[in-house]
Design a protein around this ligand. Sequence first.
Ligand SMILES: Cc1cc2nc3c(=O)[nH]c(=O)nc-3n(C[C@H](O)[C@H](O)[C@H](O)COP(=O)(O)O)c2cc1C
Length: 381
Amino acid sequence: MPTLQTTVDGLRLPNPFVIGSGPPGTNGKVIGRAFDDGWGAVICKTVSLDAGKVNNVQPRYARLRGRQSDEIYGWENIELISDRSFDTWIDEFKRLKDSHAEGVLIASIMEEYSKGAWQEIVGRCEEAGVDAFELNMSCPHGLPERRMGAAMGENPEILEEVCGWVMQVAKLPVWAKMTPNVTHIEDPTRASLRAGCQGVAAINTIRSVVAVDLETLRPEPSVEGYTTPGGYSGPAVRPIALRMCMEIATLINKEFPGRTLSGIGGIETGEDAAQFILLGSHTVQVCTGVMKFGYRCVQEMCESLLAFMEKHGFEAIDDFRGKSLPYFTTHADLVQRQAEARAAKKAEAQSQKAQQKKMIQGDAEWSGDDFVDQSDALARG
Ligand SMILES: Cc1cc2nc3c(=O)[nH]c(=O)nc-3n(C[C@H](O)[C@H](O)[C@H](O)COP(=O)(O)O)c2cc1C
């Protein structure tokens, strides 16, 4: 019987399914619910020392549905980090560690470009008993004027410096969360791993404009008639997330063996999760999926991931992590492989044809000179 239990950066998880930072981890009540429903770990909504500057708007989501069905493929949000006070969060972290001692609680943190602030938030969360950190370097909207989130994550030099500040003081595992809004995801990945982070998480949302209302001519989500580009998530981003996870895992294997990857982006089923793991992810995170289907979806995800493992004879997550990575190559190599395969097939067909030609069809065809070859052609063994 396969097992979903896995240990990542010393964290013992009952399964690799992690609540991704966002509304599903937005207060102690819902985090407790996620543990009760069987999630492998929970990452809280991103917290900062001064929530007073966080001003959210309503509405702040806009969704893209299929043309033929009502299914939601894409989800844009212009939500900021948590608007709840840091003291409230510290209280809730402590209470959660009392009520759910086994639950793996990961603090998503974000601060301004200030060494003191980053080191203070790490220390205070550790005192409250969290198990690990995820550094949010990647929120695509809001707070760029404070040089927070993606404003840092898009700049590898600043990223390396900030991750370095955190690593000077952190006693717990640290994952740096990557923004996908860059040309080469390897650059910020390398910067954070060089600074000493144990792992990276990817991807955060993709900068987007989800739609324009053709009646009002206003872009969505419309707040008093105006909007701002937001972050795109859900199944529509999965192919981009898979590509970036593949690139990150390839880089980790080459340059940072032993570091870890938490795959994120449009994961809604065990089969989706299996693909991220096949491309090198140690854990998988779900955010939009929980907003669509509720906390209990983890149970079906676990069942279908186990069924996939059973079908292929995999006993543990590590047995198939990264197993599909060797099948990526360059386009030029694909052309060469195809030319070689076609040439081999043609040669095989020709040899079969020649062999058939040699086989006499009637006794009148036997000839003295070719007698041995003709006998060979008719023989097996
Ligand atoms: C409404 C919403 C709010 C989010 N807030 C945060 C956040 O506070 N911090 C963060 O690191 N990521 C945040 N995210 C990004 C998710 O954690 C995740 O990286 C992204 O949505 C892609 O995964 P998904 O398709 O499973 O949602 C948010 C996503 C959504 C949809």
